[in-house]
Design a protein around this ligand. Sequence first.
Ligand code: ZN
Length: 397
Amino acid sequence: MLLLTADLVLTGPDGDRIPDGAVLVDGSTIVAAGSRAELDRHPGAAGAQRRDFPGATILPGLINGHAHLVWDASMAMLAHYFDADDAELLLGVVGRAQRALRAGVTTLRDLGDRRGLVLRVRDAIDRGELTGPRLLGSAAPLTPPKGHCWFFGGEVDGIEAIRAQVRHNAALGADVIKVMASGGQMTPDSPPTWAAQFSRQELRVVVEEATAAGLPVAAHAHGTGSIAAAVAAGVSTIEHCSWQGEQNSGPDLRDEVAREISARGIAVCHAYPPDWRGFAEFVGEQRFAEAVQRVRWMDERGVAFLPGTDSGVPTSVFDDYAGALSYYVEAVGWTPGRVVELATAGAAAALGLDRVGRVSAGFDADLLVVDGDPSADVHALRRQRLVLTRGEPVTPA
Ligand SMILES: [Zn+2]
């Protein structure tokens, strides 16, 4: 048994805090969380190894909803991806997953992978052969021939090919089916971001086939038409969700679609990078302000948000999730406490994970100890003192 104590325990949900708190861990499971005085009286505490963290906060390990472990976040990431054979790529995946873990990310959803490499790493971590975060993987995203990110290997042409690819990904062990509902960046000669890549009927078939395999669907969608189609098809999460109008006509915000996203409990993963200030400079003040306004507009309509970073694309590193989360505080204007909830209990709910994201008896011991109070200062998430993954301590970044 391991007894951790700190000035504060944030259990996950915003406002749920235990001053002068403690957490008792048995193997990979949290057996109790409460005040230090309560846990000192717990029968398990007597023989437990004790670690005190004055001035620190214990909270659930962070959950990153959108990353690409096969990419290295360099400016030449695509060339590196094409040049690497599977063995090299596999080692890169392991290294980047471990960097994310050391920075406090104990669960990471990967949304674009070649030949299920990330799933193999996930399995090795699950078997205890490798140290790493809990991984969820999509395998190769579905995209039309030469469509956005075709090079992951998920090109499909027509309904039967869609069904076959979903079944193939499910058989590989995917945790989620990813579909590129619209075009995207970084794939030369593929449809523009605002353009739909699949019809409504095709998206419906993706969801139908995924549901038959017991899997949720993550839809990459920039254009408003593709967002509406993905919502109507019944996907679980929408990635980027940037509400672009047809033919680059500017933002096309549709009230009824946003309300439907909210009503269906679909989570939006905005996927902004840790260096969002650099990104803001790159896209220009006006486009950045529009993006922030879209987040507020969706929030006013009750849309649930799932934070993610798109780590792996240029500059989006794996070991600064706190930087990406600071966007919601410093650009959007939400409280740090709300953002901690989004990256822990909220993200777990959005991903359908019922054993992580909270510091509570019976949950897996994925824990983070940081100096200071991240519910008052989001940057405290960078000051890691300890990371626990399934009860195993990891040296922080
Ligand atoms: Zn992505």
